[in-house]
Design a protein around this ligand. Sequence first.
Ligand code: ZN
Length: 149
Amino acid sequence: MDIKNLYREVILDHANNSRNKLVDQNVEGYIKKRGYNPSCGDDIVIFVKYDNNKITDIIQHSQGCSICTASTSISTVEIKGLDFELALYKIDEFLKLIRGEKYDDNILKGELLAFSGIKDFPARVKCASLSWITLKDIILDIKKGVINE
Ligand code: ZN
């Protein structure tokens, strides 16, 4: 299997079997934020639970194209368990990856690289970045003490 097919498999897997999906979990005490991408119609909600400076859980609900739902799924897996500083760093590096900028390959590995082809489709960058930007906003809000549970 060539690398492009492998990347396509990763994206389809996350789009079709999305991880940390909101089903019937109790999200009381989670910080919640909606992300909307009008150019494609992608609509997501991210729920974050934290303890001190660490993200202890993330749940997501996403509706939209496969790039958005796959990226939302993978963002929850990659950011869950990290402390705020590392999470913010990883989010910024991922945003560089999908924009085709130089990124830290010590931190972005494995399945995340499946999104490296997005840079060739500028219209899809917003789809791929939506959950990551929403997560970043939540972390920054928590750090600022702006909390809307
Ligand atoms: Zn989209």
